[in-house]
Each structure stands twice: as C-alpha cells, then as structure tokens.
Design a protein around this ligand. Structure first.
Ligand code: MG
Length: 315
C-alpha cells in the first residue's frame, strides 16, 4: 500500500546543510484541533503510538485548553494516560494558562508549550488579551513549569503576516521572541500561521533574531503550505542553521476542501526532501505514510500530502 520506490529519493547531499534534523510532530495537536471531525480518544492514542513507531521522537500530543474552546481536544485528560508507555518519546502538550499547566502537571507532563502571538489582532482574537497581557500571563506559567523541571516551548504565531494587519515587521517578532526567551522558554517555534512567508523573508527574520541574541539552536520553524512555500522556506531555514522543524503527519490541520485551510507542512513531504538531501531524521517514511493513510480513513477524506498520495497511489 505504501511501498517506497526502490532507492528513492536518491540521497544527494547539498552543501551547508545540517547532517541531522529533528522533526517536532504536531499532527495530534495542531493537526487534529484544526480538523472538523472529532475522533475517538482510543484512535488518537493509536495515532501517537504509530507516529512513535515510525521514528518520531517528539510528538505534541494534545492541548489542555478549556474543552469549550477546542472540542476536538476536550479529551486531553483521558488521552494523556494512554501514552504512558511511550517512555522514549517526548510528548509535549499545549497549556494556554496556569489552569492548563496544573492539569498537565497533574498527569505528569514533562514538556509543555505556550501559544503566543506576535500581532495584537490575533492576540485579541485568540487569547482575548493584548500581546503584553498575554506575555504577563505566560510569565507565571513558564516560571512554574521551569521550577518543576519541565521544558517549555514558546510558539510565536503570525511571524510573517497577519490576516488583519498584513505584513508583520521583523522587529515586532524580535520583541516577542526575546520576551519569551527572557521568561525562560527553552525553544521558540516561529509560526507562519497563514503561510505567506517566502525564503528571503525567512532568512531575514532568522538574521534579525540571531542579531538580537537569540541562538539559532533554540529556534524551530513552523511553516504552512497555504501558498506552496513550506518546503522552500524550510530549506532556507536549514541553510541558516535551524535544525528543528515542525510538521504534521499527512498534512493534518489543513483540510483541502475547507475554506479555512491552514495547510500545515506535511511530515512526509518534509521527510522526502530531507532524505533526498541525505539528511538523517530517524524516520521510517513507509511506516509514517501508512499511518497517515490510516488516519485519513478515520477522518473520511484523503490526505493533502503530495508524498502520502504518491506513495499510496494504487494503479
Ligand atoms: Mg500549524
């Protein structure tokens, strides 16, 4: 069903790229929270297990947001204990506030993420706060998580463009990034939430951040393929020295038939490019693709990932 063509992609290294890339899988959280269908808890648990079996070492499992906000992930309390056997896999969870952190810590979470916004409009709409108010709220969350020895990832959404505000100035991103870093975030994920970035913009933002003192090895990139730029942008980030890339198995989270398509970069498309460049990911692409074909069946629609479609095509 998902046989890889023999010897393909042919590994041909290119200069100036890292030998190994760490993929931060966001399908079960960012993917499923943006899908219309709500799938059963047991199916989600199987999904995370299959992703780990395919070689993903970081799988963002769920979100401890208020169940009314994201009904697709309202079962976080039931799901998380079903993953207890995955001791070799980091299973970060999103925590929107102190209450979410309490719930995650009570279940033994060892890695959490906070979800910030670079723009005022999105902060208002998504967090019901100004950017500064949201950072003030995160301060206590990050401090408590760190005191518990829990690692913290800080998401920055709308780093390249905002649907209400248009282009986002580089220094606006730098300001929020340095604040999140000062709060104690171990890693920052730069989100192109509406997928409008292009490679030169990626390089310019990374340059601005490192010039401001943010080390490249604390940065991850989170691209959306809305305009078909996600892989080009990823390559620009790798050339700059970034080695952590977010992706969503099967491209979950961007239903191609919905107007609201957000288009997460598909993990399979990313792995195809990385393996073609001779870059190690530790991932079994055949197994990962089979997982996304299976999940597409659960959701009742085909995967938008080109690689999943190509590898699962039946004559
Ligand atoms: Mg996303």
């Amino acid at each position: 069903m998902t046989a890889l063509p023999d010897g393909l992609p042919m590994p041909v290294p290119a200069p100036g790229l890292p030998p190994r890339v760490h993929i931060h899988e966001v399908g079960p959280r960012d993917g499923l929270q943006n899908e219309k269908a709500t799938i059963p808890t047991g199916t989600k648990a199987e999904f995370v297990h299959r992703l780990a079996d395919a070689g993903l070492t970081t799988v963002e499992a769920t979100s401890f947001v208020h169940p009314d906000w994201v009904p697709q992930l309202a079962d976080a309390e039931q799901l998380y204990p079903l993953l207890a056997d995955l001791t070799g896999t980091a299973l970060p969870v999103l925590v929107p506030n102190a209450r979410g952190l309490d719930r995650a810590l009570a279940l033994g979470a060892r890695a959490v993420a906070v979800f910030g916004s670079v723009t005022e409009t999105f902060a208002r709409r998504n967090l019901n706060r100004t950017v500064d108010e949201s950072l003030a709220m995160f301060a206590a969350v990050v401090a408590r998580a760190r005191a518990e020895g829990v690692t913290v990832r800080g998401y920055l959404s709308m780093c390249f463009g905002d649907p209400w505000e248009g282009p986002v100035p580089l220094d606006q991103v730098v300001r929020v990034a340095t604040r999140l870093r000062d709060l104690g975030c171990d890693q920052l994920s730069l989100g192109d939430t509406i997928g409008v970035a292009t490679p030169g913009h990626v390089r310019a933002l990374l340059t601005a951040l490192t010039t401001a003192g943010v080390p490249t090895d604390t940065l991850a990139v989170h691209f959306h393929d809305t305009y078909g730029q996600a892989l080009a942008n990823t390559l620009a980030a790798l050339e700059y020295g970034v080695t952590t890339v977010d992706a969503s198995a099967g491209g979950l989270g961007g239903c191609p038939y919905a107007k609201s398509a957000t288009g997460n970069l598909a993990t399979e498309d990313l792995v195809w490019m990385l393996h073609g460049l001779g870059i190690d990911t530790g991932i079994d692409l055949g197994r990962l693709t089979a997982t996304s074909v299976w999940m597409a069946d659960q959701l009742g629609r085909p995967s938008p990932s080109r690689t999943v479609r190509a590898l699962s095509h039946k004559e």
